[in-house]
Design a protein around this ligand. Sequence first.
Ligand code: NAD
Ligand code: ZN
Length: 359
Amino acid sequence: MYRNAKNVGYYMIGKGALSQLGDLLTTRREAQDGPAVFFLDHYFEGKNLAERLPVEHWDMVVYVDTTEEPTTDSVDGYTARVREFLDGKTPCALLAFGGGSTLDTCKCVGNLLTNPGKAEDYQGWELVRHPAPYKIAVPTLSGTGSETSRTGIICNEAKNLKLGMNSDYTMFDQVLLDPDLTAGVPRNQYFYTGIDTYMHCFESLSGSYRNVVVDSLAEKAIDICKRVFLSDDMMSDENRELLMIASFLGGMAAGFVGVVHPISAGLSMVLHMHHGLANCYALSVQEDIYPTEYRDFMTMIERQGIDLPKGICRGLTDAQYTALYEASIVHEKPLTNRLGPDFKKILTKENVIERFKRM
Ligand code: NAD
Ligand code: ZN
């Protein structure tokens, strides 16, 4: 069976593109009566972003707390607030301004506005039944590829499970990329999130489930990431625009990951570590599994002066080490993708725990 693959409908890119958001939204207001709902990363609270946006007095602005990454509970909470505000009206658009956490929150809330039940009911593949309201992504942090991917990732704390709502309905309808928006990102954060694209793409390319379109996008995204992170200044004007493009391509390429993401998911579930940073730790102990990428990554970290302090898993209890192992090894599909069906012979419990201890 061939899959009928969807891409984001429209995208606009360029320095200062944010000033054209009003035009895009006017078209939406003409197409659909009803307010717009703006999801802004809480970093922008008290900054002047909201004033620069085409917000009308009948619209809603929601600040998304990204201290922790999205959970089924946080998504259910935002959905309840937005639903109460809408009071039965269909929004003309949902708009998200932030990194992966804010974009994913908007994507998941969108699905829940038109589908009954709770966030956890839709963690998986093709579970969303009804189209979501029109959605616009405006990334302020590059790397996750959430702006173009068909998933919104959420942690289910009760089930110890990090899994997305994978559906065409999850995707944004419009993306606006303005590199001015990433100018103020702290350097470490910029790297931790930006390198997520590089990881998605090399994991996909070194796996066994492949197709030529996805490979082509992934190869280009990797080229761009290397150009950015092996340069002298990853945050120059030109490099911030390039990284936005790499993230955009990487999100479209989002296919199957390999061993970095499962180990990273373990750190996120058990130690509540943020995704980008957790990826960095995960790759830092996989010199045998991804030798070339490991070497390039170490050079990038050094060149950009990025912090990755050792000892994050020192002194944990046996129960915590077991939880780390279990929250990693449960991701059978990606582990098989890189290591084959016998992956548990390589990633034994001892082997995995030893890797965590070296971080
Ligand atoms: P994030 O959205 O969690 O944000 C990280 C930090 O950066 C936050 O403190 C935020 O306030 C801050 N920030 C954002 N924009 C800023 C700006 N312009 N200036 C200063 N600070 C800013 O980080 P992320 O790495 O983009 O997203 C991680 C989430 O994305 C995880 O939940 C991960 O699972 C998910 N993810 C989703 C996909 C997907 O396809 N949907 C893919 C990969 C990862
Ligand atoms: Zn990722």
